[in-house]
Design a binder for this molecule. Sequence first.
Ligand code: CA
Length: 232
Amino acid sequence: MRILVIEDEPALREQLAGALKDAGYAVDSAADGEEGHFLGDTEPYDAVVLDLGLPGLDGITVLTRWRSDGRNVPVLILTARDRWREKVAGFDAGADDYLTKPFQMEELLARVRALIRRASGHASPVIECGPVAIDTRAARVSVNGEAVKLTAHEYKLISYLAHERDRVVSRTELTEHIYDQDFDLDSNTIEVFVGRLRRKLGNDIIETVRGLGYRLSAGNGPAPGKGGDTPG
Ligand code: CA
């Protein structure tokens, strides 16, 4: 999962980016509305943390432009204290959630998790794919109840596939959602990570769909629609 942080206060921006990275997200950050708008326009983020009070292009304008261009990425806005009108304007511009400054980082992380979960259609914070359970609260993965130790990148990959459960995800899409913009990309890296995940989680967990990508399925049975008679 890849997050964009748009915040002009350097200390808070770094704090946000650091906490989100520690929580297992790929993070890009922007210090002003122009850069933030551009990134959100060109990169496929899974959520955006957007400060409303920005120099140049303000947060409401950034959000309004994305929404009118059909960009539906979940957006959490940060507002100053006692600025309830700002919250109303933010929601009307297309925000999905808000936090008032100052806030607890734990709350921000919980809200971001919930936004991403809802956007991918999951109600529970634990996503189950056959014997594998991905606990998005603690960034932990288990197989048949046994915890499995994963590296940060392995977790990013399995977490993205789990959120997109039952859908074939191309290697390009995976690359775009698990690395930030500063990462030096090597097209073979994804294959290497998938190989390692198979060794750690079991060979049948991640299915390779030839020429299309990878899929993590909710259950162990055959894919729906394949063979078999329709009952009734
Ligand atoms: Ca600000």
